[in-house]
Write a protein that binds this ligand. Structure first.
Ligand code: APR
Length: 168
């Protein structure tokens, strides 16, 4: 039976098959978690990722993890929606990021995956509704056979939202 976990910290420090990057359409790196993942992986990550650009919002692609921690085999790059009030399809697009990331990671052979709180930084998605979508999609993935799904919180508010739902 798989399990859902909450991790409070830097996603690049996890020991797990696949980590998800909250990227932008150009896939060449950026700030936030995107910057941290590219810095840890080295320039080969951007060279591999940009071949898939421009990536539409809600889509995901997988690349090798290059210089990341050796246990990490794959980086899944997804493009979250920018928050613009909530009536521009943001919830459906955010949900699609989780679903497509799981699909491409499973197709690559991953059995365990970690997600940052996609769109809740620079893209401005409110943390509470974003956490609800992340929790629903992660729970469904565990129910569908994933060994381990980790929701990574970098800030205290997200950690609290995840932990109050997961119960640890
Ligand atoms: N590990 C885990 N989570 C992190 C890390 C990290 N090292 N660094 C930041 N975060 C968290 C943020 O606190 C936030 O909760 O990741 C979440 C997503 O924030 P952003 O990285 O700003 O991503 P997003 O809101 O999706 O904006 C994407 O930002 O970096 C650029 O190139 C990226 O243009 C794109 C945009």
């Amino acid at each position: 039976m798989g399990h859902l976990e909450v991790w409070h910290g830097d996603i690049t420090e996890l020991t797990i098959d696949a980590i998800v990057n909250a990227a932008n359409a150009r896939l060449a790196g950026g700030g936030g978690v995107d910057g941290a993942i590219h810095a840890a992986a080295g320039p080969a990550l951007a060279r591999a990722a940009v071949r898939h650009a421009p990536l539409p919002v809600g889509e995901a692609v997988v690349t090798p993890a290059f210089g990341l921690e050796p246990a990490i085999r794959f980086v899944v790059h997804t493009v979250g929606p920018r928050w613009s009030g909530g009536d521009a399809g943001e919830p459906e697009l955010l949900r699609a990021c989780y679903r497509r990331s799981l699909e491409v990671a499973a197709a690559a052979g991953a059995r365990a995956i970690a997600f940052p709180a996609i769109s809740t930084g620079i893209y401005g998605y409110p943390r509470h509704p974003a956490a609800a979508i992340a929790l629903e999609e992660a729970s469904s993935a565990v129910g569908a056979g994933w060994d381990r799904v980790v929701l990574v919180a970098f800030d205290d508010e997200t950690a609290g939202l995840y932990r109050s739902a997961v119960g640890r």
